[in-house]
Design a protein. Structure first.
Length: 664
């Protein structure tokens, strides 16, 4: 197995200054200019978990470092007043000397000593700011006129580590702002869940997470199953008033007959038209896994009591979303010929509704083309059989990815390679075949608005129908007749490509990472990004791992967001909880052989960037800059991989152990 591992530091060292006498003055002098002007943010906001233990004991919950900083501020305020009084007094003596040489001499000495004292304090500023920042104080400051002393982050928020664990992804994102009032809320689990632990069968049809009377007259409140709204199942409340929403419909999105994704449609628009309103979503312990052999345990089984939940916050905007989505890019591209070991990708401009766009293909009644479950995606080939595999909406619900499941070989890491069928239908004697795909846009209520009829086609999470030709006008495509003859019209989206009976075996590599290898002074909210040399599969990005030293009680929450560049590269940005910025905290991201390009090729021979360049990013590794690359040997007998910019022959665990041991 091949890995690319790099590490970096959030803070470097703990600095102790065991000095006496004048050193005390040095330390006190740090905040002299801002002593009277700065304010200290509420430390409880960044030290969640302290209150639980401290308040019952009658102890203050303020971080001890902030207490020390406050003491220093008071002392500095007094020193500032003393120096000001001394300067004024010296000036007064000089101005009133009236030719008295002895008084003038005394005034000069007072002024000189005061100035020397100020110079000593100012010269100590740089030393003390370094000390304080190493202790986790003042991270948000901007020099003399900064934002004040910020509480150091000692842990991630309780339960947040479940994002990247059992919670694979959700929308809105964690701490997202300006969320449209008419949005749906989506949660995807890594393992299938029981729909009846989330939804009540309000329409009484014996199914959980569905609607009846589908069409223009359908009513969300009466025709759809309803959300079990409470703290132990699923709750959606205003963060400020703790008031829950009035109710919501629940839709279960199926993959191979199992529920991995649920879509929640609130009965009322979120928030209001005048104020931005914060909301908290909580997934509780009574949401159950669909695992009859294991007794259908809680999705948080094994978590300690009090941590058996996941919650996140977002802020609703004052406006509704009426802008339609469109297709950014597709793979294979329009008119392009690709190898048969390819996935199919459709990248949208915004998060889309998973309902009716996930699952497997089936044949239409006449066998002329293939239909995805939900009747929203259609595929046709000239001389190839039905593709086996599944469409999955991923990448924050922006990318629709079809992964074939017909094995056709092994990649350089020993992983399975999967292929689309090419010229395997009957007696076909071709070497390449033409594929056509059509995405059916949602049907709008009127020609003046993109608001779509529920379950009528592809739409975004605010129920705006797909704008197939991206002209911002409603174009009503027909819904009758042959799909690939009569329905290839806007606002449906359609294209064709060719697949050849060959394999693409070119390995991808990392061109650049941020933070760079062994980068230091990484701020809590700094971006974590990876630039790949080829177009990559999206779903394996969720398997990118990161380890911490020392280990945190809550793992770092994370979710990938992937952008496909016009030059064929792929930029993956990991949305993450804040990096912990207490003393000497190290992170070890790990990209292993599960991360693959769109042809199922892994990192072998492993190749990636070295060092740290501008903006704490790594150097750029490509054919034009080979000196910036670490390239492991391609000898299959050695199975070398890149470990933190060096060729390594040991196991991944040995590599990580070495990195930890050599991280001071």
């Amino acid at each position: 197995m091949l890995q690319w591992i790099y590490n970096y530091r959030a803070q470097l060292k703990i600095c102790a200054v065991p000095l006496a006498g004048i050193a005390v003055v040095f330390c006190i002098s740090f905040f002299v200019t801002g002593a009277l002007a700065q304010t200290i943010p509420d430390p409880n906001a960044a030290s969640e978990g302290i209150n639980t233990l401290a308040e019952p004991l009658g102890l203050p919950t303020t971080d001890i470092r902030l207490i020390i900083a406050n003491i220093i501020r008071v002392a500095l305020g007094l020193l500032g007043i003393i120096f000001l009084v001394l300067l004024l007094y010296g000036g007064y003596l000089w101005m009133t000397a009236g030719g008295n040489e002895e008084q003038v001499g005394s005034a000069k000495k007072i002024l000189l000593n005061s100035i020397i004292g100020l110079l000593i304090i100012l010269s100590a500023y740089g030393i003390v700011i370094f000390v304080m920042r190493m202790l986790g104080i003042g991270q948000g400051g901007e020099g003399f006129g900064g934002e004040g002393l910020g509480a150091p982050q000692e842990q991630n928020f309780q339960g947040s580590g479940m994002l990247g664990g059992i919670i694979k992804d959700h929308y809105p994102s964690r701490n997202q702002v300006d969320v449209a009032r008419n949005t749906k809320i989506v949660i995807t689990f890594r393992r299938p869940v029981k729909a009846d632990s989330i939804a009540a069968d309000k329409n009484a049809n014996g199914k959980f997470g569905d609607c009846v009377n589908i069409g223009q007259s359908m009513k969300w409140e009466t025709d759809c199953d309803t959300l079990i709204l409470n703290q132990t199942h699923l709750n959606i409340i205003r963060s400020d008033t703790k008031e829950p929403i009035r109710g919501a419909a629940v839709l279960a999105s199926l993959e191979n007959g199992k529920v991995f994704t649920i879509v929640v449609r609130p009965y009322d628009p979120l928030g209001n038209s005048t104020d931005k309103v914060p909301y908290t979503v909580r997934v509780g312990k009574d949401v159950l896994l669909d695992d009859s052999a294991g007794g259908n345990p809680s999705v948080f089984s094994g978590r300690p009591s009090g941590s058996d939940y996941y919650e996140w916050q977002f802020t609703a905007d004052t406006a509704l979303d009426t802008v339609p989505p469109h297709v950014n890019s597709v793979f294979p591209g329009k008119g392009v010929t690709e190898a048969k070991n390819s996935v199919i990708q459709v990248d949208f401009s915004e998060p889309m509704d998973p309902t009716g766009v996930q699952g497997a293909f089936g044949k239409d009644q006449n066998g002329a083309y293939y239909i995805l479950n939900g009747n929203n995606i259609f595929l046709k080939s000239g001389a190839s059989t039905i593709p086996l595999g599944n469409f999955r909406l991923t990448n924050g619900y922006r990318t629709l990815e079809f992964t074939p499941t017909a094995e056709c070989g092994r990649n350089a890491c020993g992983g399975k390679v999967y292929c689309m069928p090419v010229c395997d239908d009957g007696d076909a004697k071709c070497k390449e075949d033409t594929y056509e795909l059509l995405l059916k846009a949602g049907q709008t209520f009127t020609a003046a608005s993109f608001e779509a009829v529920p379950f009528s086609g592809i739409m975004d999470l605010s129920s705006n129908a797909l704008d197939g030709n991206e002209n911002r006008k409603v174009d009503l495509a027909g819904t009758t007749g042959d799909v690939f003859t009569d329905q290839k019209k806007p606002d449906n989206y359609f294209w064709n490509f060719k697949l050849k009976d060959e394999l693409d075996i070119t390995a991808p590599y990392l061109k650049q990472v941020s933070p760079g290898l062994d980068a230091g002074f990484v701020a809590a909210k700094d971006p974590w990004t990876m630039l790949f040399s080829k177009r990559m599969r999206v779903d394996p990005m969720y398997d990118i791992d990161i380890q911490e030293q020392p280990a945190s009680t809550e793992p770092l929450c994370k979710a990938p967001r992937v952008d496909f560049n016009l030059n064929g590269t792929t930029l993956t940005s990991m949305e993450h909880c804040p990096f912990l910025d207490n003393n000497r905290h190290y992170y070890y991201p790990n990209l292993d052989s599960r991360v693959e390009d769109v042809h199922f090729n892994c990192f072998y021979p492993a190749k990636g960037p070295l060092g740290v360049g501008q903006d704490n990013q790594s150097l750029i590794c490509d054919d034009a800059h080979p000196e910036n690359c670490c390239a492991a040997t391609s000898d299959p007998q050695t199975k070398a991989f890149c470990c933190n910019g060096f060729t390594n022959l040991s196991s991944r665990q040995s590599c990580l152990s070495d990195l930890r041991a050599n991280s001071p």
